[in-house]
Design a binder for this molecule. Structure first.
Ligand code: TYM
Length: 334
């Protein structure tokens, strides 16, 4: 069975983008077709400053969100990255395989660092090489992510190919980003040219997984749109990023396509569509956020689950890491 790996950073709250672009898809991939490994990537979170208490709370929050959304620790391996030391170890080995020129082409680094490249952490720059290690430590071939992570998964392939070539082995597999669905790039509600992210300045830009019903309704009501109503087909969404985004979000939440949504709402005005969208979002998110809050009252139970998951993850990772050291010529005599 093909192996799936994906990760999510515990840095600040989770958004509807994380839910539709990643978490919901991870839940769907559980089952007989794949072996699924899901990770709270805490080592990635500290590429930008994290207050220690916040890091702990965010780690619990992400784990709770995954459990509340339907990640089942019996069906999937669920753990936090720092409890499996192989991630950092293989990450270092890959820092010596990846080229600086490759890192320089990473658009997310350029976006995050801005003009201030002298002052950001070295970790932020090397981050994609650690991400490749996360995936390849398990020889995972399928990586469900949102559109914004595509370039990093492609870099993972480059690192695997260079390693295999340099050492004359067929060891690390080819990885494929799995980016399927109507809402793999959820945009900012106030500016359809920017991605919805947990770090945007205004809370009105995003829906948080823990937002209550009134807040969700208010945010969709105030979401930017254009003066035209909903078109009757997707061609009518061309060059209308804000309209397209709301239709895609609806389709993602309803498990349908943008075409089908426009089949139902084509010709309607935003005054009709936005309340329907808010109602659907509340219907889907409220049970999850209620369950998250319940789980967050018992962080010890979350910790026990993560510890168990880390043990299972380590059992898969250990022989792969040992073999990697061996291929590279390290003396491992204990
Ligand atoms: P992160 O923590 O920023 O986001 C977690 C997942 O959520 C998706 N996502 C979105 N999808 C659609 N629309 C959006 N607006 C949106 N915002 C976030 C992301 O694409 C991602 O799938 N580098 C990764 C974490 C990572 C990882 C890995 C992923 C570390 N190691 C190994 C896969 C495999 C990141 O920063 O995701």
């Amino acid at each position: 069975t093909p192996r799936v790996f994906s990760g999510i950073k515990p840095s600040g709250g989770l958004t509807l983008g994380n839910y539709l672009g990643a978490i919901k898809r991870w839940v769907d991939m559980q089952g007989p077709d794949f072996e699924t490994i899901y990770c709270v990537v805490d080592l990635h979170a500290i590429t930008v400053w994290q207050d220690p208490a916040d890091l702990k709370r965010s780690t619990h929050e992400v784990a709770a969100a995954l459990l509340a959304s339907g990640i089942d620790p019996e069906k999937s391996v669920l753990f936090n990255q720092s409890q499996v030391p192989g991630h950092a170890e293989l990450g270092w080995l890959f820092n010596c395989v990846a080229r600086v020129g490759w890192m320089n082409r990473m658009t997310q680094f350029k976006d995050k660092a801005g003009k201030n490249t002298e002052k950001v952490s070295l970790g932020l720059y090397a981050y994609p090489s650690l991400m490749a290690a996360d995936i390849l430590l398990y020889h995972a071939t399928h990586v469900p992510v949102g559109e914004d992570q595509k370039q990093h998964v492609e870099l993972t392939r480059d690192i695997a190919a260079k390693f295999n070539h340099d050492y004359g082995v067929e060891f690390f597999p080819v990885t494929t980003p799995v980016i399927e669905g109507p809402a793999m790039r959820v945009m900012n509600l106030r500016d359809g040219s920017k991605k919805m992210s947990k770090s945007g300045e205004s809370d009105m830009e995003r829906i948080n997984m823990l937002d209550d019903a009134d807040t969700i309704a208010k945010k969709f009501k105030k979401a930017r749109t254009d003066p035209e109503g909903l078109p009757s087909d997707v061609a009518g969404l061309k060059d209308r990023p804000e309209a397209r985004n709301l239709v895609d979000i609806y389709a993602g939440l309803a498990d349908t396509t943008a075409e089908a949504v426009l089949g139902d709402f084509g010709g309607a005005g935003w005054g009709t569509f936005k309340p329907a969208l808010a109602e659907l979002a509340v219907e889907k998110l409220a049970p999850i956020s209620d369950e998250m809050k319940r789980l967050l009252d018992a962080p010890d139970e979350i910790d026990a689950l993560l510890a168990k998951g880390a043990e299972k993850a380590e059992a898969i990772a250990e022989p792969i890491l040992e073999r990697t050291f061996e291929i590279m010529g390290f003396v491992r005599s204990r």
